[in-house]
Design a protein around this ligand. Structure first.
Ligand SMILES: *Cc1c(COP(=O)(O)O)cnc(C)c1O
Length: 410
């Protein structure tokens, strides 16, 4: 079996390491979030962005209330994409600005959002706009309802080519077709919808783009939006900043991205620019920690079965990658039976589910890995627990730990 690409091993922060090693086997698996690391990272990201760029957090990446609250000082608001997220975020971080997007909003969700005074709606279709206009007329909020039209723009220069997940630039159910722009803009500018205020344009086109691609996408969106011939006060260029699962210590180049955005806002002094990342903000602070239950050999390859699996951490299954992980050796072996151990250097880490798809990491370098050793999977702070199929096979749920400076490691 080949071991490519060569994966760098992630290093848990001291606070995470301490917590993982102090939990008893029955307290594993566990999600351990280092909120101090999260705050430091978010402060760094915020620090690279020009003042006139607003940072919203896309709650769907990880909506744990502790995460939403920890991000509070560094973000300008939160992007929510369902009535459930809306209610949840409004409770976890009360009073913060919200942008409500997503395809297939129900009338009830829209009405509730209007009653809650949500600042911004990301309108995804002509029907979405008509329902919003009519409900806004009935609910009659004290101020006009802010609207950003989400467009599925084709970015001509191939910038979307490197993305891991493209929502735009090809046929998808997301946003409005750009050819419909004149038709959709008319009722927002000719007084047909007096309760709605056209604020601008939203475009979230792809996930997994590096900084230079993200910048060229942002420039294209701004160029298109400011060429529409109507006043545009805001442009939201979306999220999708890349997280590299093969290089857990690397980061999206926020410095270069911030500098590029600064040029963009400087050349458009009338514009507020907004970004709404999810993954690249929270992926790094989360760890899925567990212990090895069994080690065995099968047709020439070694497998370590860990407590838990992809029903808790579905990310490697959905993205088809190996989740980077770090082994924390445990010397004690309290059992009367012999301790299984790997004979070779490379081991595939699997979970407890009765399906070959329950694969967390293939051929990970873990020489001599033993039952009872602990494994901490990195980059588990986004699209991890909340996208997983928790009830499949009815294993117990993991514990959740939110580490603060009181837990050390600062
Ligand atoms: C999912 C999503 C985001 C966040 O994407 P990331 O890849 O997590 O940064 C932002 N905006 C919209 C509309 C989304 O659907």
């Amino acid at each position: 079996m080949s071991q490519e690409p060569p994966m760098t091993l992630p290093t848990p922060t001291p606070a995470v390491r301490d917590r993982v090693l102090t939990l008893s086997p029955t307290e594993l698996p566990a999600y351990v979030y280092d909120l101090t690391a999260l705050r430091e990272h978010a402060a760094q990201v915020r620090g690279t962005l020009p003042e006139r760029v607003e940072l919203y957090y896309a709650a769907k990446a990880n909506p744990e209330p502790e995460i939403l609250a920890a991000l509070g000082p560094y973000v300008d608001g939160y992007e929510v994409s369902s009535g459930g997220e809306l209610a949840h975020v409004a409770e976890a971080v009360p009073g913060r600005p919200l942008a409500f997007g997503g395809p297939g909003k129900t009338p009830d969700e829209i009405r509730t959002a209007l009653e809650r005074g949500v600042e911004r709606f990301h309108v995804e279709s002509e029907h979405d706009l008509r329902v919003l206009a009519e409900l806004a007329r009935r609910v009659a909020p004290p101020t006009r309802v802010g609207v950003l039209l989400r467009f599925n723009l084709a970015v001509a220069d191939g910038s979307l080519a490197g993305s891991s997940l493209a929502m735009g630039g090809r046929p998808t159910p997301f946003g409005l077709d750009p050819t419909r722009a004149p038709h959709v803009l008319r009722p927002l500018t000719d007084g047909t919808h007096p309760h709605l205020e056209l604020l601008g344009v939203h475009a979230h086109l792809a996930s997994g783009l590096d900084a230079s691609r993200q910048l060229s996408v942002a420039r294209s969106i701004v160029r298109w939006a400011t060429g529409l011939g109507v006043p545009v006060a805001e442009v939201n260029v979306g999220g999708g900043m890349a997280v590299d699962y093969t290089r857990p210590e690397s980061r999206f180049d926020w410095q270069a991205y911030g500098e590029g955005l600064a040029e963009l806002v400087d050349s458009h002094p009338e514009l507020t620019l907004r970004i709404e990342p999810g993954r690249a903000l929270t992926a790094y602070c989360g760890w899925y920690a567990t212990e090895v239950l069994d080690v065995k050999r099968s047709h020439g390859e070694e497998f370590a079965v860990v407590r838990g699996g992809t029903h808790h951490l579905r990310t490697p299954a959905t993205k088809g990658h190996d989740q980077p992980c770090s082994v924390l050796a445990v010397e004690e072996w309290p059992h009367p039976w012999p301790r299984p151990a790997a004979e070779g250097e490379y081991v595939s880490l699997t979970g407890q589910l009765c399906t070959p798809k329950d694969l967390l990491a293939r051929d990970t370098r873990a020489p001599g890995l033993r039952a009872g050793d602990r494994v901490a999977f990195a980059l588990a702070g986004a699209y991890a627990w909340n996208i997983s199929h928790h009830d499949f096979l009815m294993h117990p749920r993991p514990g959740f730990h939110f580490l603060t400076p009181a837990d050390g490691g600062v």
